[in-house]
Each structure stands twice: as C-alpha cells, then as structure tokens.
Design a protein around this ligand. Structure first.
Ligand code: AMP
Ligand code: MG
Length: 494
C-alpha cells in the first residue's frame, strides 16, 4: 500500500557494503512536526539533488528522518576515542546516523548524515538529540570554514523537529544534515584496534586508502604511507585553522578525520584578540585545546592513530615502532612548512625569501598584536589594506605601538613590490569577515528565542563572501565588545 520512497539522492553505500561489523543498522527517530529552517541549495545541487524537491513536504519529511529516501541505509558507526587525553573505548554515533553516500558532481564520494536524529545503541546516557541553536551554529561555522577555503564537513539542511530537547532548560530540537568526505575518525581505528584486532584495522585502513588516498594502493608500505599522508593533511589543516584564528575546542581523537576535513563543530570559536592561550570551551579549563596548542594536539592524536597501525606497518614490533615514530616525528616540520606558507600569504610575501627570516618577521608581527591586544582578523586585514594602497587603518591600529615602525620597514623591504597574484592571494589569506562569536550568538538567540531567522540569514550571507569588504556589512568586521569576549564560553555536546 505504501507509496514508493521518494528518491532525492543517488545513494551508493560502500561503508555498509564493505565494512559489515563496523556499524549497527538503525533508524532515525521521527520528528513530530518538522519545519525546514535552512536548506543549502548550492550544496544540494553539488550532490546531484534537487533543492526544490528537498524543500517540498516530502523532502522535509526525509530531512527530518520521518521517511527514508530510496537507497538510504542508515547506520550508526562504531568508534572510540581519546577525550581530553583519556581513552573512552566505546563512543560511536550516539546522536548521528549515516544515511548513505553519493558521488557528487565533481566525482567525489560524500557521506550524507544526520545529527540529532535520536537515540542509537551508542547513545549511552544521551538523548540522541540536538538543539536548534547548536545545529544552526554548526551550519554557520562549517559554511564559514568552507567559504574561507578550509577543508570541512558541510551543512546541507537544518530541520526543526517540533519536539523539545531537555538541556539546562527545554529547547527546540533540530536535525542537521551533514555532508562529509567520510566520517572515518582516528577514533574509528582505535575502536577496532581495541575491540577486534589487526584484521579489522587492516580492512578499515584499506577502505580509507581506497576512498581517500588511492595513490597509496600500490605502495610498498601502504600503512606507514597512510600515516604519513594523514599527518600531512592534518599538518596543513591545523595551519589553515591558525591562519584564520580558528579554535576547534574539542580535538579529541574521535573528532579528527582521516580525510583531513574539519569535523564536529561543538565548542569551536574564532579568536578575537591575538593570544595563543585563547580557549572558549567551558569544558577545557586546562587549556588543552587552546589556539596555540592545536598542532601539538594533532600530533598527539596522530600518535594514537599510529599505535593502531603498528602491526600492519611491520611484523617486527620494534621496527614498526621505529618507523611509526619517525613518521610522527616528521609532523612538526610538515606543520611548520604549512604554517609558513599560510602566514607568508597573510603578510603578502612570496616563497623565495629565507625561511628563518620570514618566520621571524611573522612572529614579530604576532608579538606586536599580542602586546597591543589587537584583533587578529582586523590587524591582518589592515595589513592587506596597506599592501593594497590604503595604509590608514594600519596606522590607526598601530599608532601607539612602539615596535611597529621598525617592523613595517622590514616588512616593506622584504616585499617592495607585489604582483597582482600575490596581492590577490594576500586578500584570500586575510578575510574581512569571520563568524564573530557575538554575531553568531545574536543570530542563534534570535532564531531560538524569537523565531526570527533574519539575523542568521544575514550573518550567513556575510560569511559566505568573506574576502570582499562591503560598506553595508561594516558591523560584521567589528570585534566583539571586550565584556563579551572575556566572559564568552562555548559548550560541548549541546
Ligand atoms: P561530541 O562531543 O559531539 O563529539 O560527542 C562525543 C560522543 O558523545 C559521541 O559518541 C556522540 O555520539 C555522543 N553524544 C554527544 N551528545 C549526545 C547526545 N545528546 N545523545 C547521545 N550521544 C551523544
Ligand atoms: Mg564528536
């Protein structure tokens, strides 16, 4: 009697097919009164889906988890993870479900997954739900990261469920549809290394190589090379985070992907005043995941990945440890090279100079920002303005900085002329707009408390075009009032 399930996506689900035992088949919990809050039309088209169909009542039912689209094979993935340094042997998708995979218009395989779709066998004490505010927060920040050119999971849709979620008070619930290169995490490897053994780890590693690192398929040392390749992507990813002042906030191993995409926008935030110790997360009182600690943590997480791969790397345990250690020890240098590339672009200087001298030049500017308590984004954007012929903003910012005049002449001497490509690259390295914490909170407040999505839509439009400054959007360049930033806290698992 049932009408055939609507087809929104051309699913092709390799994880389900190839990795039996790595997940539990599960169904989303239906939503009582789904309302579409936001649909990412461009992303839908990129995935080969029709945004009009997705916004139809049937589409909304699908995005709310009420009616499975044809070809979806929802699963909760198993994973473990080191959280704040301690091992949790069983985490898994406690409030998420992987619906399936599609090949996008660029030929890339992408996961389509729900977050907030109800309890699963991995929910432990959680309710499996997501409140509307955090779903919108992930939408904004992930789309901002994408617009900034940083590898990230994307957000396809947010549907309000019509059900309340109990937190410190009752809040409207939502389902976020997330799109990722894959959801395989360091914690996925840890789960199978800990609970099953090398055969399972090998199957997972082979899957990851085929999906994300096909060039390694014929390598003589595929698992060692996999470790090095994952490290390389993380080295670059964290360098790019640092370049925009991004603080992930909860870099547990279950929140680090093998694909090299940023994932799990929980307590993340963008730094305002430059200070490497900046932390916003309420649960990170020790500052483990502070802005300036992120590269070291990425390396620590990669060491946890390495441990799961040891027996695949070499049957001789000592040799395996030696090889894996060498791969992990290469991380700081990999990262430093990416960091230098990112910050050279921010200073608008080419790649030909002496690396040590350039690093010093960058560090000295950062030190000036720190001493003068300057906003990271504003100050670097002012550098770009100066390079583009408008030095007024930089002069005003640094009028009272005693160490600045000398720095500026060193900077000018280092790159006396900028070809247009270098200036364009400098612009792309120095956004005018980031999702400022006070703006994000105001947008979420209006959406959740007043049912007013206008500030959310406006902020989204601003951050989707971060590099061209627009007079009408001037307020979005402004740092938060100091009182806001000094007390700002972000929350995890909300
Ligand atoms: P996160 O902090 O979001 O990275 O999540 C860490 C772990 O807790 C994952 O296994 C999540 O699935 C689980 N988790 C977080 N929030 C909930 C929730 N509300 N209900 C069930 N599980 C959750
Ligand atoms: Mg997580």
């Amino acid at each position: 009697m049932n009408a055939p399930a609507p087809q929104f996506f051309a699913f092709d689900n390799t994880y389900v097919r190839d990795l039996e035992e790595f997940y539990v088949r599960w169904k989303p919990t239906p939503s009582s009164k789904p309302v579409l809050i936001r649909l990412n039309d461009d992303l839908a088209r990129e995935l080969g889906a029709d945004p009009v169909a997705l916004a139809s009542p049937e589409g909304i039912e699908a995005l709310a988890g009420n009616r499975l689209p044809e070809g979806a094979e929802p699963i909760a993935q198993a994973y473990a993870g080191h959280q704040f340094g301690g091992f949790s042997p069983q985490l898994g998708d406690g409030r998420a479900l992987l619906l399936g995979e599609v090949i996008d218009r660029n030929g890339e395989r992408r996961d389509i997954a729900f977050k907030g779709s109800g309890r699963t066998p991995f929910s432990r004490n959680g309710d499996g739900k997501c409140a509307l505010g955090p779903a919108l927060r992930e939408y904004i920040i992930s789309e901002a990261m994408h617009a900034l050119g940083i590898p990230t999971t994307r957000s396809l849709a947010v549907v309000a469920t019509g059900d309340m979620v109990r937190r410190d008070r009752a809040l409207p619930g939502a389902v976020l549809t997330r799109v990722a290169a894959s959801h395989v995490r360091v914690g996925t490897f840890e789960f199978f290394a800990n609970n099953q053994g090398p055969e399972h780890v090998k199957r997972l590693a082979d899957y990851v190589i085929a999906r994300h690192y096909p060039q390694l398929a014929d390598s003589a040392q595929p698992y060692l090379d996999l470790l090095t390749a994952v490290a390389e992507r993380q080295a670059e990813l964290v360098a790019r985070w640092l370049g925009v002042g991004f603080i992930h906030g909860v870099m547990n191993t279950d929140n680090m992907t093998l694909s090299g995409e940023t994932i799990d926008y929980g307590p993340c935030a963008f730094m305002e005043t430059y200070s490497p110790g900046t932390v916003f997360s309420s649960i990170d009182s020790a500052g483990r995941y502070a802005y300036g600690k992120q590269a070291g943590i990425a390396r620590w997480n990669l060491a946890r990945l390495a441990e799961t791969l040891l027996s695949l790397i070499d049957s001789d345990a000592d040799r395996a440890i030696k090889l894996a250690t060498a791969a992990i020890d290469a991380f700081p240098e990999q990262h430093a090279a990416h960091w230098l590339r990112v910050f050279r672009a921010k200073l608008g200087i080419d790649e030909t100079g002496d690396a040590e001298a350039d690093r010093q030049l960058i560090d000295d500017f950062l030190l000036t920002l720190k001493h003068n308590r300057l906003d990271f984004t504003v100050a670097f954007r002012a550098l770009f303005d100066a390079a583009a012929g408008n030095a007024a903003r930089l002069q005003t910012l640094l009028a009272e900085a005693t160490d600045f005049t000398d720095w500026q002449s060193r900077w000018q001497a280092r790159q006396s002329e900028r070809p247009s490509e270098l200036l364009a690259a400098m612009q792309r390295a120095n956004p005018a707009y980031i999702p400022r914490n006070h703006q994000v909170e105001a947008a979420l407040d209006a959406a959740v408390e007043d049912n007013n999505l206008q500030p959310f839509e406006r902020l989204l439009a601003v951050i989707q075009s971060p590099f061209d400054e627009r007079a009408a959007d001037a307020e979005y360049c402004e740092p938060a009032p100091t009182e806001f930033t000094t007390t700002y806290m972000t929350f995890c698992g909300t």
